[in-house]
Design a protein around this ligand. Structure first.
Ligand code: AMP
Ligand code: GLY
Length: 425
């Protein structure tokens, strides 16, 4: 079969890598892809938001299945658009993807179905929001309602910070229409984990747990990024916590979406805060995680295609996916300046020096080809991912591979996975 992946990040490279291993796949396309993806798929220069061109390409090229990575085309309704044209596609419909596209919708849904989450209020008027901040005080988290590439969430340690966040979102409109409404919520403390499931709208099958590293600097300091590294499994998700997450969060939210007449079909990502075995939802995403998907795909055994098809066809079976018991650690290597402004087109050296082994893989994110060279083309550039018998070995292997790769202005955190070491499984 011919498969097209939509997107161009590390998440999409790991999907191309995994889907390409399926014996059923004869041809892979990726729109628009990157320099690493181009080594395993035919990249087509179509932006992820050009639904018309994507569907026309899938139709003309006889694509049997399209798999969507990023949230923007999902919230634009790419799945509905393809299906209306008789094209097969994996991902949630537009009305279901709203779980990520609108934080107000997501929070109200959680309240309605009793899903544990931070206390919150939603506002469309800046002055009312400001009064509420004056009333409840700090710390609080101010969130733009709509999509803002992970930047619309502003944890505020003082009232002044929160008021400034409100101005940025609602007055300056730093995130455009995403800031028409805001959610102001209780500041939660604890340890975060990513709990990602596959669902056909009814049956829910969990992926291996994982943990992201959002802030740019070691020790979780500095501004949030799209994710500077990830590992799987996340020891904070003990067996007991796992059961709680399935029973009190993932299954009820899936049922809730169905009751709302918005059955959720695809990958559902729960961003969770865990403290003393209690779990609260920070957010839901309507897609695979990035960078979490890199370690998760490295650990997934067997063919992923039947799982994706079962979600589409509504016959996903209970019973878990077979996971490699080894740990997987992904170290993201970024451009200096990210998540602020950064330069591009730096020649990446040493990619060919990374050992060619089954347990190490370099997933490309923001890379492009320039003649013979591969150059940087984004904030997050590559994700070096390694498997190891334990967290220590996976971390050491990922870092020893990462240190072979260089460019002018390369930056990466040096403590990815440290929390897993501090807390034995
Ligand atoms: P979100 O996009 O809602 O997951 O938020 C992005 C990041 O902001 C999360 O991964 C957390 O690190 C942080 N965050 C979001 N909501 C809260 C909260 N209520 N309390 C503390 N931190 C939060
Ligand atoms: N790593 C965070 C996300 O995928 O949203």
């Amino acid at each position: 079969m011919k498969v097209m992946i939509v997107g161009s990040g590390g998440r999409e490279h790991s999907l191309v890598w995994k889907i390409g291993q399926s014996p059923r796949v004869s041809k892979l396309f990726c729109a628009p892809g990157n320099a690493g993806i181009a080594q395993m798929a035919e990249c087509i220069d179509i932006p992820v938001t050009d639904l018309e061109a994507l569907a026309a390409f899938a139709d003309k090229s006889g694509v049997d299945l399209t798999v969507v990575g990023p949230e923007v085309p999902l919230t634009m309704g790419v799945v509905d658009f393809f299906e209306e044209r008789g094209l097969r596609i994996f991902g949630p419909h537009k009305d279901a993807a709203e779980i990520e596209g609108s934080k107000v919708f997501c929070k109200e849904l959680m309240s309605k179905y009793g899903i544990p989450t931070a206390q919150f209020q939603a506002f469309k008027e800046r002055n009312e929001a400001a009064e509420y901040v004056e009333h409840i005080g700090a710390p609080v988290v101010v969130k733009a309602d709509g999509l803002a590439a992970g930047k619309g969430v502003i944890p505020s340690m003082t009232k002044e910070d929160a008021l400034e966040a409100l101005n940025k979102i609602m007055v300056e409109r730093a995130f455009g229409d995403a800031g028409k409404r805001v959610v102001i919520e209780e500041f939660l403390i604890g340890e975060e984990a990513s709990f990602i499931v596959l669902t056909d709208g009814e049956t829910v099958v969990p992926f291996a747990s994982s943990q992201d590293h959002k802030p740019i600097y070691d020790g979780d300091r500095g501004p949030n990024t799209g994710g500077m590294g990830a590992y799987s499994p996340a020891p904070v998700v003990t067996e007991e916590v796992h059961k709680k997450i399935m029973d009190e969060i993932m299954i009820p939210i899936t049922k809730g979406m169905a009751s709302e007449g918005r059955p959720y079909r695809g990958v559902l990502y729960g961003g969770l805060m865990i403290k003393d075995g209690q779990v609260k939802v920070l957010e839901f995403n309507a897609r695979f995680g990035d960078p979490e998907n890199q370690p998760i795909m490295m650990r997934m055994r067997g063919d992923i295609i039947p799982l994706l098809e079962a979600c589409i066809d509504g016959n996903l079976q209970k019973g878990s996916i077979d996971w490699d018991p080894r740990w997987a650690v992904c170290v993201v290597m970024a451009s200096k300046g990210y998540p602020g402004s950064y330069e591009k087109n730096k020649v990446i050296q040493g990619l060919d020096r990374v050992m060619k082994r089954e347990d190490v893989f370099v997933f490309h994110a923001g890379t492009a080809r320039a003649g013979e060279d591969i150059v940087t083309n984004g904030g997050r550039v590559i994700g070096v991912t390694a498997l190891g018998e334990d967290a220590r070995r996976a971390i050491d292997l990922a870092y020893s591979a990462a240190r072979k790769i260089k460019w002018d202005g390369v930056y990466f955190r040096s403590d990815i996975g440290k929390r897993a070491l501090d807390r034995p499984r």
